[in-house]
Design a protein around this ligand. Structure first.
Ligand code: ADP
Ligand code: ASP
Ligand code: MG
Length: 403
């Protein structure tokens, strides 16, 4: 059995669904049994979110999941119909019917278990079982969703549980050194490690959902990413690179515009204040990313970024936390973007940070913040400078095809 996943752009029209059905039929004719996970058609999920915002200023999370989960059910049923039309015995299932059990965190649930019995039984009677991605149910029977882009995670979880290979098909022919839609000279990567792909995904490369990589790594799922509409060879995501392949220092570069920068000036130079700020923000589920502090004349200036979306919560939490202090000033900026270069090769190479900062400063880019991990260096820059900064880093680390 093989698990395949087709994303929203691959099932955006009836014609594309019929094309995919034809592709699946060829695989069935080769003797494969397939579980095919689908996303909602095209921009359906965005449209449903927009629709919700027109009936409610604060839609209940549970009802949001009831709504969003409908998108995947439409494409699953349509694909099963198209397959049967081509003479391929196929049946569609949603996560409720399949008992794909998740945590109770609506809008961002994690898969806890998938009962395979029904899938296996149906595969005895059919060649293909089409499954709704992105959704699950709680133990209490409420519908949940797995976070934007979560269909990848549904597919990888089914592959992990059933010990199958997983093929993820989208509108690009694999994983590239940069987003190929932004940088047309991005190079396709033939093999990438789980760790690098996880960092790329969690730093903004949406080609794969980060949690799909966590599961793939943990269970050693054989993962392949390719284009739905071409036979071009895609990207293999693996534990270790093949021995014959030279490890590049930097494998890819990502950009994450989903950040808001907060600067608080004139705080007392006291770690207790910092700890109160971050403990209180965490209690409000604010997702903090980059942090830096500067001490100056007995005062401390704090800069941090949070994942955009909950500005009001951040402002209220800071007002409450700092209400007994005087003289502090607070400003925010959401016209910022986080650029990250990622590569396992950094661990065994010196001078990478030097090259990173020189490339940016030689191009006159102003740095608003930085963070590093073992295999990643990130810089926060102004949105207006993002394209130039990406180009400078991509050139420095040899990530572009020759012109
Ligand atoms: P799907 O709807 O099939 O799940 P997504 O839109 O979620 O597809 O992911 C594919 C998109 O990811 C591509 O269209 C591309 O713009 C974007 N992307 C960002 N970074 C990369 C990268 N490094 N390699 C490939 N695609 C990337
Ligand atoms: N349809 C969902 C989304 O747009 C899930 C997915 O595409 O993976 O986020
Ligand atoms: Mg996706």
């Amino acid at each position: 059995m093989i698990v395949q996943k087709y994303g929203g752009s691959s099932v955006s029209t009836a014609e594309k669904i019929r094309t995919i059905a034809g592709k699946i039929r060829s695989r069935v004719n080769e003797g494969e049994k397939l579980v095919v996970v689908v996303s909602a058609m095209g921009k359906t999920t965005n449209q449903l979110i927009e629709l919700a915002s027109r009936v409610s200023t604060a839609p209940l999370e549970r009802e949001m999941d009831m709504l969003l989960a409908t998108g995947e059910q439409v494409s699953a049923a349509l694909l099963a119909m198209a397959l049967n039309d081509l003479g391929v015995p196929a049946i569609s299932y949603n996560s409720f019917q399949l008992e794909m059990v998740t945590t109770r965190t609506h809008n961002n649930a994690r898969i806890r278990d998938i009962k395979l019995i029904k899938l296996q039984k149906e595969l005895e009677k059919h060649e293909v079982v089409v499954v709704t991605g992105f959704q699950g149910i709680t133990d209490e029977g409420h519908i949940t969703t797995l976070g934007r882009g979560g269909s990848d995670t549904s597919a990888v979880a089914i592959a992990a549980k059933s010990g199958s290979r997983c093929e993820i098909y989208s509108d690009v022919a694999g994983v590239y050194t940069c987003d190929p839609r932004i940088q047309p000279r991005a190079r396709k990567i033939e093999y990438i490690t789980y760790d690098e792909m996880l960092e790329l995904a969690s730093s903004g490369a949406r080609v794969l959902h980060a949690r799909a990589l966590e599961i793939a790594k943990k269970y050693g799922v054989d993962l392949y990413c390719a284009s739905t509409f071409s036979d071009e060879r895609g990207t293999y995501v693996v534990h270790d690179l093949p021995e014959w392949l030279e490890q590049p220092v930097v494998t890819g570069i990502t950009s994450d515009p989903n950040q808001t920068k907060v600067t608080i000036c004139n705080l007392p130079n006291d770690t207790k204040v910092l700890s109160r700020i971050f403990v209180n923000l965490a209690q409000e589920n604010v997702n903090i990313d980059m942090i830096s502090t500067v001490n100056d004349n007995g005062h401390s200036h704090l800069t941090f970024t949070f994942i955009s979306g909950n500005f009001e919560v951040v402002r209220k939490t800071l007002d409450n936390t700092l209400k007994d202090l005087e003289g502090w000033k607070f400003s925010t900026d959401d016209k910022v973007i986080k650029l990250s270069v990622i590569g396992v090769g950094m661990q065994s190479t010196t001078g990478v940070a030097g090259r990173f900062f020189s490339a940016l400063s030689n191009s006159g880019i102003k740095l608003l913040g930085t963070t590093t991990s073992e295999i990643k260096i990130s810089a926060l820059v102004h949105i207006a400078e993002a394209e130039r900064a990406t180009e400078a880093l991509a050139k420095e680390f040899d990530l572009l095809r020759e012109e």
